[in-house]
Design a protein around this ligand. Structure first.
Ligand SMILES: Nc1nc2c(ncn2[C@@H]2O[C@H](COP(=O)(O)OP(=O)(O)OP(=O)(O)O)[C@@H](O)[C@H]2O)c(=O)[nH]1
Ligand SMILES: [Mg+2]
Length: 485
């Protein structure tokens, strides 16, 4: 089920809306007339889609906003016809960039209708895997109402996994001064009540679009195209058959070593902007030995066509770990990789194997082992789907990483937050909606704690862990001794 409180990817820019939906639209067009002939098991691309109606497939999505404008835009374009009008929920006046309006007033008025709609969709699912919410953290609706919806889901459906695709604000893209407030208040909820968060940092997306495109000023459509492609990659092994039958829960179990550290950074290779496929770091047709001096015997002894195939894997893997391909404005090399999930897609089902991919990634992780925590032995989980992203792009991959460097984003936002909060600047807008100043302090503390936790695990070595265990055992032993006597 897809819940989209702010229809983030659709708003502001109807052209993007068209782009994002057109992929869905094409898929649906292809399938629309075959619904009746489905045999069990249901194909994987039927996740996210309501197939109850015999002649028409409807995305299992709820589009929500506190104002009518964005949803009217969606309804008025062709892709808007895909969505059920019953699942479009909007208010009248908007949340005016104010988290408190989304959480306490304008947004809250919509909550009953939203809950009913979510409940109706959940009732129709045989087996619900996760609820995903797509929103931005900088405004009032996606952040405030988004937080309210997540709190409700946590209370009412504690066993359903929640994932968010969260857009982090940047002053390069938006000049709204109170965005740090909205972001830190949302982070308070995302840290405590959500299982996993796929972060998309507008600062990085803007930079990616600027450096890879000829245009001087990228539009939201350009940024959203990057997000849409990454989302397509992330969900590919859920939607299509894959070598490892991936799902959100398995992904979370493999990627989240500690419950609060569930904020992922995403990288994509090759990067696709519009119709252009970017091969920023390496040329796909370069000879193998330039990049891969440490190729394993099995790879090296292959035929010449195999050598080029192996090189493609190596090159895509290199691009995935290249700081330039990340959609977060931090350099992962300054942190430590806790875990990684590589989701590969290829149309070449006969010759490209999961083992070849694992081998290439193992070489990379061995070579850069100092960037990986030594106390998690198997950092990498890999899956391969043979449904390519776009027909002309035969081989692509999306990397989901849990890297401690993400704390740099939180530091960037927290610095801006703290400066304003010390002077209580703009607070009256929030307290006027019924919010207590204490909530600001709590959110600040929670974010500081999160940063400290990331730093702590970044600095931790196997020896530290050993010492901690010995200490814990000693304390436990002492306690035991006390109770025994
Ligand atoms: N990547 C991306 N970021 C966006 C887009 N639209 C808005 N943003 C960012 O999201 C933040 C503001 O979100 P808005 O959409 O204006 O706010 P909202 O959630 O609708 O809330 P209100 O309009 O205040 O009710 C800013 O940081 C924007 O830069 C988009 O289409 N793509
Ligand atoms: Mg809005």
């Amino acid at each position: 089920m897809t819940s989209s409180p702010n229809a983030r990817i659709h708003s502001h820019d109807s052209s993007h809306n068209h782009t994002f939906q057109s992929a869905h639209a094409r898929a649906l067009q292809r399938k629309r007339y075959h619904t009746a002939s489905f045999s069990s098991p249901i194909p994987h691309d039927y996740h996210f889609i309501d197939d109850n109606l015999p002649s028409r497939l409807i995305p299992r999505a709820i589009l929500i906003d506190t104002e009518p404008g964005t949803i009217n835009n969606i309804q008025s374009c062709r892709s808007g016809e895909l969505f059920s009008p019953d699942n479009m929920i909007y208010g009248t006046s908007g949340a005016g960039n104010n988290w408190a309006k989304g959480y306490y007033s304008e947004g809250k008025e919509l909550l009953d209708t939203i809950n009913d709609c979510i409940h109706k969709e959940i009732e129709q699912c045989d087996h619900i895997q996760a609820i995903q919410l797509i929103h931005s953290l900088g405004g009032g609706t996606g952040s405030g109402l988004g937080s309210l919806i997540l709190s409700t889901l946590h209370d009412e459906y504690p066993n359903i996994l929640t994932s968010t695709y969260s857009v982090i604000p940047s002053s390069k893209v938006s000049d709204t001064v109170i965005e740090p407030y909205n972001t830190v208040l949302s982070m308070n909820i995302l840290t405590d009540l959500v299982h996993q968060v796929f972060s998309f940092d507008n600062e990085a997306l803007y930079h990616l679009a600027m450096t890879n495109m000829t245009t001087v000023s990228p539009s939201y459509s350009d940024l959203n195209r990057l997000i849409a492609n990454a989302m397509s990659g992330i969900t590919s092994t859920i939607r299509y058959p894959s070598t490892v039958n991936s799902n959100y829960r398995k992904l979370a179990v493999n990627l989240i070593p500690f419950p609060r550290l569930h904020f992922y950074m995403i990288s994509q290779a090759p990067l696709i902007l519009g119709r252009e496929i970017m091969t920023s770091s390496h040329s796909l047709s370069a000879p193998i030995h330039h990049h891969n001096p440490t190729m394993t015997t099995s790879s090296r002894s292959s035929s010449s066509s195999d050598r080029y195939r192996a090189f493609d894997i190596m090159d895509i893997s290199h691009q995935l770990f290249d700081a330039k391909n990340f959609m977060s404005a931090v350099d992962p090399r300054y942190g430590k990789y806790l875990t990684c999930g590589g989701l590969f897609r290829s149309s070449d089902s006969s010759s490209l194997s999961l083992i070849a991919i694992q081998e290439a990634l193992l070489q990379l992780t061995n070579r850069y082992s100092h960037n990986f925590t030594e106390w998690i032995p198997n950092h990498m989980t890999v899956s391969l789907s043979h449904t390519p992203m776009i027909p002309s792009n035969t081989f692509s991959a999306t990397l989901i990483v849990n890297n401690t460097a993400i704390q740099e984003i939180w530091k960037r936002i927290l610095n801006q937050y703290t400066v304003m909060l010390r002077r209580k600047a703009f607070l009256h807008w929030y307290t006027a909606e019924g919010m207590d100043e204490m909530e600001f302090m709590e959110a600040e503390e929670n974010m500081k704690d999160l940063i400290t936790e990331y730093q702590q695990y970044q600095d931790m070595t196997s020896n530290d862990q050993e010492e901690e265990r010995t200490m814990a055992e000693r304390c436990y032993g002492e306690e035991e001794t006390e109770t025994l006597f």
